[in-house]
Design a protein. Sequence first.
Length: 403
Amino acid sequence: MFKHVKKAPADPIFGLNEAFKNETSPNKINLVVGVYKNEDGDTPILECVKKAEKILLEKEKTKSYLSIQGTEEYTNTVKELILGKGSSVLAANRAATVQSPGGTGALRIAADFIHKFLPKSKIWLSDPTWENHRQVFNSAGIETAFYPYYNAKTKWLYFDGLIETLLKIPSRDVVLFHACCHNPTGVDISKDQWEVIAKIAFERGFLVLFDFAYQGFGNGLDEETVAIRLFADKIKNFMISNSFSKNFGLYNERVGALTVVTENSDEAEKVLSQLKICIRVNYSNPPGHGSSIVTTIISNTELKKLWMDELKEMRDRIHDYRQKLVNTLKEKGVKQNFDFIMKQRGMFSYTGLTPEQVNKLREKYALYMVSTGRINLAGINAKNIDKIAQAISEVIKIRVSVL
């Protein structure tokens, strides 16, 4: 029955992580997978999460199924965190929100909904984008296309190319944007640039889907909603996929949501009914533990403050290591300018290292990163930063000497 089945290639990210686990060097360093790590190299459970779980342990009375869309307390929490309590969208009941198993689950729900109700639409992704975006939408039967995003020469946003492409995208196609902390580049769109994009989206009539996986990891919780809240004021219809894996450290709880902003409350009710069908035929209903943690923390003044403090601590640590990496590279005698790393935001950085250099770093120094040169800044700590900078320095010098 299964003799014709061929072994699939390893996932580009998790495959590298498996290779790292099998690495025998005692000095190996992992800058691959996008999870937050503390100074000890661990992915910690936040104190606010531990306290919330203690409350749940004492008060929880059932493990019965959740409703298809998740609990009302959770979906309301999601909408308020993303759109703001005073949002006109919420006041008019224009948002339909469903809980999902992580941000990836939210993207798949969105993909199934788009395939069903906008069947001829392409989805446009940034070049580059998160590796799994293309596969999620292709698997749902949606054709993918790409818009320019990153300029390798300037190490920054290729805004002119981005706008030129947006002006050609047909009505009813879908365009996916990273709302903040762009993965993999760390290069974000400014508020003024979002204004231009919103105007084009309105005039062209394409649908925008925001991937919002890193709220609070760049500049702050509200600061990173600038694009979404701008669209809420100017655009009648758009979608938001969000995740609490990073900002609550709830990676293995798989807790996220999909929010669809509609023209009116009647439309929102109809959209919600169809999202529920997409969920029912996929995984039926969502898991409850992670969403209960989130709602417990947000509804408790003391725990919410603790969460925001812990989130700031994670954000500040990443910012600090951006500066420390740049400084240490200079100390190692690297002449190439890496100051652009300080302008980037979020967990990731596009370093500008070539696939050839990345391979050399892995083979000679057991320093693992994605072949594009993307690194996870949270994987750097006081114990390994000198080794990282030294390895990068030597690989760059080898290339310079060859040239």
